[in-house]
Design a protein. Sequence first.
Length: 251
Amino acid sequence: MIEPFLADDAFLADVEAARTERGVHLWWLGQSGFLIGAEGRHLLVDPYLSDALTRKYDGTETPHVRLTRRVVAPERLTFVDLVLSTHAHGDHLDEETLRGIGAPLVCAAGTIDEARARSGVEPTGLSEGESAEIGGFRIGAVPAEHPGEHCVGYVISAGRRRIYHSGDTTWVEPGVDGVDVAIVPINGKLNNVDGVEGARLAHRAGASLAIPCHYDMFEFNTTTPDAFVAECERLGQAYRVLRNGERLSLD
């Protein structure tokens, strides 16, 4: 089992410490999940903070054996002002996580019924090209392609920074140019870009910094960031590889 960089009390202490620091802060929570903090407000994207899929797929051909220990229990994140879900797969719209947090929810418009049922709140659905201001953040929905799924990516305006989270996607024109951070999957399986494509997607989005995700959660669906790193270096694309529970601060 991979241990997070910070977890539980130590993780929450770091989140609290960041409240007193200037800038925008990001923490990787595993898979595609990120916590974003800015000006005392907090937003989550695609949090998966349970073992629901491990239980669901136990004994099947795709057992979801967890690789990295959970960073924090969702019940300890009740300070979060807003949650975003890119699509309805269980590691991006997890009922146990959403109900533990209890925050307002933004989802892809085509998943609104499922999002309502799993979260217990009335979600705001966004289609590509639509935007909303909720919880101190401006959220814009941008293209994503995940065959068979209603999905979007997001551009999140937090403080003076813009963060692109692609969600799960095959190659797509990102619909955004010139962001501070681009968060992209690299697993290369189940209709996702691989490390090389993920680096190129971040570069295409004009990202000042690229961050890989969607690996080191489940044994059957993981990779290493090596190809992503190599392609970023070939492209001259700045990047940062985070550990679960690790903070990135944007001054």
